[in-house]
Design a protein around this ligand. Sequence first.
Ligand SMILES: [Zn+2]
Length: 113
Amino acid sequence: MPQKSKAAEQNRRKKPKWQQTIAKERIEILFDEAAKQAKKKNLDLSNRYVKLARKISMRYQVRIPKHLKRRFCKYCYSYLQPGVTCRQRIKDKIITIKCFSCKRIIRYPIGKR
Ligand SMILES: [Zn+2]
């Protein structure tokens, strides 16, 4: 079935630019919403928004912006709100984040581009 394989190939190909732009905007909105919910301690909701944002990024092959990547746990994908769902410390130009839901530690260097 040549028609079917052609469709499959098109799916794998990159999505049009305008769709990727919208996808990126949606990711930003979802993280904004997640932050609001985390502050209200609606952690289930904020984790759901992270999940949705990740789904969009995979579906449209867009990267989650760097500043947003640090806002969720890279192991369990739960939203990281310092003082609520994680503990944040800075030591020797390294940010150490401890995720409360999976107890793992994430480290980011600061001032490095
Ligand atoms: Zn975690």
